[in-house]
Design a protein around this ligand. Structure first.
Ligand SMILES: Cc1cc2nc3c(=O)[nH]c(=O)nc-3n(C[C@H](O)[C@H](O)[C@H](O)COP(=O)(O)O)c2cc1C
Length: 193
């Protein structure tokens, strides 16, 4: 199974999560390419069984470099005719969205819109979003936001335990995707239609 991890990170939280996903996917038997968004313009989503895209939530949206990456890729695929009415699913093509956040004001609600927004770029291309992972991350540079927000004291997050759990979850994805590819009708996403 081929996987690409494309991420953007300013203060390192998302980068740590990306590295853990890589370790997990490799432990599960995947071939993994890992790139920062700025260096990923040449990645063809359809070359991979799984595209993992990660970023911090900035004002409940993906930050500008990630938005520019997603929009640029999407516009190019649209010009090539990949955006079709009804967004038919391309068999065997999946995306995983991971978003780190501090939730200082409204908790996870200020990360979910960013994850949903990013996921739509893939769903519109027929690439099914397997899951969205929201990972708590310290708000570097603000003790107040890292200790007094909705999530309480989040200093040091994501910590070793968080990263271990992510690695574990990621290690299961290659087998999961293989089973979906063998029996596509069992995909949870299809049941929701
Ligand atoms: C400019 C800016 C805006 C942010 N906006 C949000 C936000 O809307 N919601 C949230 O939960 N966290 C917000 N955060 C916190 C980051 O999403 C969080 O700390 C993230 O884990 C940082 O990731 P990074 O270390 O990979 O850059 C913001 C941080 C910055 C610097």
């Amino acid at each position: 199974m081929k996987a690409a991890i494309i991420y953007w990170s300013k203060t390192g939280n998302t980068e740590k999560v990306a590295a853990s996903i890589r370790q997990g996917l490799e432990a599960g038997g995947a071939d993994v390419v890992l790139k920062r968004a700025e260096q990923a313009a040449d990645v063809d989503f359809y070359d991979y069984d799984l595209i993992c895209v990660g970023f911090p939530s900035y004002q409940w949206r993906p930050p500008k470099p990630m938005d520019q990456f997603l929009t640029g890729k999407f516009n190019a695929y649209r010009r090539e005719g990949h955006v079709k009415t009804g967004a038919p699913r391309v068999p065997g093509k999946y995306a995983l969205i991971f978003c780190t956040y501090s939730g200082p004001h409204t908790g996870i609600d200020e990360a979910i819109p960013a994850g949903k927004y990013a996921g739509q770029f893939f769903e519109h291309l027929g690439i099914s979003v397997l899951d969205e992972w929201y990972v708590v991350g310290e708000y570097h540079g603000s003790v107040e936001k890292s200790t007094m927000g909705r999530l309480g004291d989040i200093q040091g997050r994501p910590n070793e335990e968080d990263l271990q759990a992510i690695q574990q979850d990621a290690s299961r994805l290659p087998l999961l995707i293989e089973s979906y590819t063998r029996a596509p009708l069992q995909e949870p996403a299809d049941k929701e239609q």
